[in-house]
Design a protein around this ligand. Structure first.
Ligand code: 5AD
Ligand code: SF4
Length: 453
């Protein structure tokens, strides 16, 4: 029988990247092969993102190109998956008629059926959200590599007033700890060296009596040579137990992505973020008191409804106070269905843009200065392979997720941990010289045996 080839393009966050691997796992089980390009495929799927308007605009643009491909190849099945599915199904399937199937994040198990429906000439629509679906038993399809993303919980119950995620991805639910640990073991056996535990709000992970600290601890114990990262944390749920767990294990990266969104308490309240900026800063102090070398990154939204110049200055003030290692910075974008959508989007576009640029410039300078402080110091990195720009150089990342470039050395290979002495730095990259490979990372002896019964 002729095999069908599928091609998936993934947009948006790492959760979507992880979902694409689950989807390919499901389709491979049904005999599909993975195509290298859209042109070679029988089924082209876009795994979409709705978080900001420009993400959706990009996808509409791409659909325009694919329409040309479909005209040339009428049997091609074209589908929309992910966060745009629920919101835009009428628009995509009924009005624009370009798309043959629309399947939301909780209906991927039935994707093969929807594709069959589409092959037979009808439209397939599956956009129901589930309270329980975690794809626990699906083995995601992953190419060999060093880094893997594992989604440990789905959905979000926080309902930040600007955010569409609780509507597009539904309620919070967690995968079982045992299935996650089994997956990490498999990845360790395949030579993976770094995993990122993913969720919209990983700190509210809960599997029976196990919380997120238990999960990170159990993950760290699988393989001391495997680095553990996690993302994203909400300040409300970041527990002391988790901070102590991160501190305790060498192989859990001392790096926390903790969005603060705005430095103004009035705006934080309108955003329904459930903390004050003083509380946020006290969490960072607590983390630093436990781990003096911990790094932070954050998310910021500029130009939320009613944001004044003073509110904006309060955000800048937090940037200067905290000295984040990195920040993802966005212009506010009103999303239909959210609480903020009903507020006046009253910060003019050019003011939003100017404020955002100012935030970006300040953070750029801070990143540059933070990186200069590392010159002369030795960092341990995971060697990821040749650098993008030159085959003569290797690149890798520090625990704090900073890119390091160093001249190739015969004693260092892809997948090794290496210590590198930093001799130069820009805002985005560190440059250094190889010192030696690191063949042993300790899981602290105190930590062994600490997995909760
Ligand atoms: N407009 C702008 N940025 C947003 N984010 C989420 N929703 C919006 C929106 N409507 C940002 C937040 C969040 C990150 C993933 O995306 O900063 O932390
Ligand atoms: Fe959206 Fe807030 Fe949930 Fe993050 S915590 S996904 S910003 S609702």
């Amino acid at each position: 029988m002729k095999k069908n080839y599928v091609f998936i393009e993934t947009y948006g966050c790492q959760m979507n990247t992880a979902d694409t691997e689950v989807i390919l796992g499901i389709l491979k089980n049904q005999g599909y092969e993975v195509a290298e390009t859209a042109e070679q495929a029988d089924v082209v799927l876009l795994n979409t993102c709705s978080i900001r308007e420009n993400a959706e605009q990009r996808i509409y643009g791409r659909l325009g190109n694919l329409k040309t491909l479909k005209n040339a190849k009428p049997n091609l099945v074209l589908g929309i998956l992910g966060c745009m599915a629920e919101r835009l199904r009428a628009d995509l399937v009924e009005d624009k008629k370009v798309v043959d199937l629309v399947v939301g994040p909780d209906e991927y198990r039935r994707l093969p059926e929807y594709i069959d429906t589409a092959f037979s000439g009808a439209k397939g629509i599956g956009v129901r959200l589930s309270k329980t679906e975690t794809y626990d038993d699906i083995i995601p399809y992953r190419e060999d590599g060093l880094q893997a993303w594992i989604s440990v919980m789905r959905g979000c119950d926080k309902f930040c007033s600007f955010c569409v995620v609780p509507f597009t991805r539904g309620r919070e639910r967690s995968r079982s700890l045992s299935s996650i640990i089994d997956e990490i073991k498999l990845l360790s056996d395949r030579g993976f060296r770094e995993i990122t535990l993913l969720g919209q709000n990983v700190n509210s992970y809960q599997d029976a009596n196990y919380n997120f600290a238990d999960l990170t601890r159990a993950s760290a114990l699988v393989d001391p040579m495997m680095r553990i990262r996690f993302s994203t944390s909400h300040p409300q749920d970041l527990s002391r137990e988790l901070l102590e767990t991160i501190a305790e294990y060498d192989n859990i990266c001392k790096y926390i992505h903790l969005p603060f969104q705005s430095g103004s308490n009035r705006i934080l309240e309108l955003m329904n973020r459930t903390y004050t900026i003083e509380k946020y800063l006290s969490i960072l102090d607590e983390a630093r008191s436990i781990m003096p070398n911990v790094s932070f990154s954050t998310d910021i939204i500029s130009g939320f409804p009613t944001e004044t110049w003073e509110d904006h200055l309060a955000t800048i003030n937090v940037l200067q106070k905290v000295q984040f290692d990195g920040a993802y910075m966005f212009k506010y974008s009103a999303r239909e269905g959210t609480k903020a959508f009903k507020m006046p989007d009253d910060v003019p576009e050019d003011v939003k843009g100017k404020r955002l640029q100012e935030i970006i410039d300040i953070q750029h300078q801070i990143s540059y200065e933070r990186n200069q402080e590392l010159v002369g110091k030795t960092e341990i990195i995971l060697v990821e392979g040749r650098s993008k720009k030159s085959a003569e150089f290797f690149s890798g990342r520090t625990d704090s997720n900073k890119m390091v470039i160093f001249p190739k050395n015969e004693n260092a290979a892809e997948g090794d941990y290496a210590s590198v002495i930093i001799n130069r730095a820009s805002a985005a990259t560190l440059f250094g010289d190889f010192v030696q490979t690191v063949t042993k990372r300790n899981v602290t002896s105190a930590a062994l045996g600490l997995v909760k019964k």
